[in-house]
Design a protein around this ligand. Sequence first.
Ligand code: DGT
Ligand code: CA
Ligand code: ZN
Length: 601
Amino acid sequence: MDNKEIARILEAIAELLEIKGENPFKVRAYYNGARIVEGMGQDITDYVEKDALRQIKGIGEGLAEKIKELVKTGKCKYYSELKKSLPAGILELLDLSGLGPKRAKILYEKLNIKSIAHLQRACEKGKLLQLEGFGEKLQAKILESIKHYNRFKGYFLISEALEESNKFVAYLKKLKEIIPPPVYPPKADQANPLRNRPFGPKTGDGIIRIEVAGSLRRHKETVHDIDILISTKHHGAIHEAFTAYPQVSQVLAKGETKSSVILRSGIQVDLRTVSDMEFPYALYYFTGSKEHNVAVRTIAKRKGFKISEYGIFKGKRLIPCKNEAEMFKVLGLHYIPPELRENRGEIEAAKSGKLPNLIERKDIKGIFHVHSTYSDGVAPLEDMIQRAEALGYEYVGISDHSQSASYANGLSEERLKKQHKELDRLEKKFRKIRIFRGIESDILKDGALDYSDRILNTFDFVIGSIHSRFGMIEKEMTKRICNAMSHPRITILGHPTGRLLLSREGYTFDYGAIFETAKKHGVAIELNANPRRLDLDWRHLGEAKAKGILLCINPDAHSVDGLNDVAYGVGIARKGWLERKDVLNTMSVSEMEQFLAKRKS
Ligand code: DGT
Ligand code: CA
Ligand code: ZN
């Protein structure tokens, strides 16, 4: 450990002590100690070796002991115990600009705030205003720094990253048509007047192949950066154009084969350029995941191949491959789609020909979980149906919020009647699409649904969702959800974990018990396709599938454009190895009518 690392730990100790309300002198001693160690011109380990720590002014016995321990073992027991005595998220609060230990202490003591996600929700609800010394302005500032922090932490929703990468790739693709700057022949040749003229590539020579690689190609729900790969003969011109993209706010690196920039949105984009011969190998390598690559390398080795970003080699000989598919053939594997490359069994499956036949966008025949202005949607019912029809769906399931959802303008019995009346009219108007009547019913505290059975019987389908009391302990929450799924009127369990990506953890429950109950009662589980949710998480889809539970890919659309979110859900379904038969809404309209009617009876 160097001085800087030790100083950082001493400072963290001081902060924790301050949050705990310890003696201010002790707190100050640690802050001072941190400053001294960091600012000291000499290596602190020298002092430890000479047993001379106490000679440094400002380092008392307690500090000397901790420093010695850190230098000798790389750890500090006192520090780990301090950390254990407070919730894990508290230290994270201190990473927010403008929020020191004093304020963190107040937030923890008065509002029981234990994490940044927690603090964000409190700010959004205006809860900080109750506290002495916290005004409107400070609350807004904290909220701002939370947003910053989330960005800074460097993860982005797949929707944001895809939007940025699509725009960037479109910009780069135009370079196909650009003739790069002429390259002049070497000096010696300039003596020859016949050859002394610029020569350069022909039109269309700028970019040969371009692909987005990395986690984005693997369709991860959140990504750290965008990785772009281009094959070209004119590296310089491409990197020039890459760094000159108008959305670039900072150029981190600009080289002959690799450049990195940060866009105004805060996301980092890396570009690598290779020769067209190298392209497939590089694409495979930079698609990852790292774990997948490592595992495949081992297999290749066993077969006597060496695989890298530059090629597949037998000894020194390069095995030529035109694309990834040929590479897999060489390795004796079936083609593994990028979504599956996470080293979760895909390599074994590719060896034995047991890869799933992954679901595709076109397999989705209809959608459920569509909101309108009847609850918290922003588009009228008619517009939502019209767009669903235009997108070619055979059916659309309308489900606004139920009566308890006052936060989302939930439907009273009265307004529900009004909605059904309007649906009578719209059914006559839209002949090409079947409209299913449903509701997104709150699952109440004890697991009850939010209307009487008489009203529930008026729906073709019911989505049951948790929107309140997220903090229930696991056992209670499991019981609550299982109770809801035991209700004969529920069709689909909505956004099962309630997580909001990059801002809120899901509630906790026993997955095994939930799946068991879903199976027992024939309840489908939602794969909510809203890019903020993507819930159920892909890592759990395999277990649900193995249990024989049907997943339903729903847009949870609150606007007309929200209907397009289905595509994100399909990507996640693929990531979770789902096939057409595993997904409820791949049924045709007549199959679905039968399915719903059977459930109702
Ligand atoms: P991210 O950016 O955190 O969302 O995730 P990735 O998977 O895009 O990771 P990134 O951008 O660091 O690297 C892109 C790919 O490059 C990665 O998926 C696999 C490959 N790669 C990067 N570093 C290594 C490495 O040290 N070993 C191997 N085998 N592959 C690597
Ligand atoms: Ca990446
Ligand atoms: Zn919901």
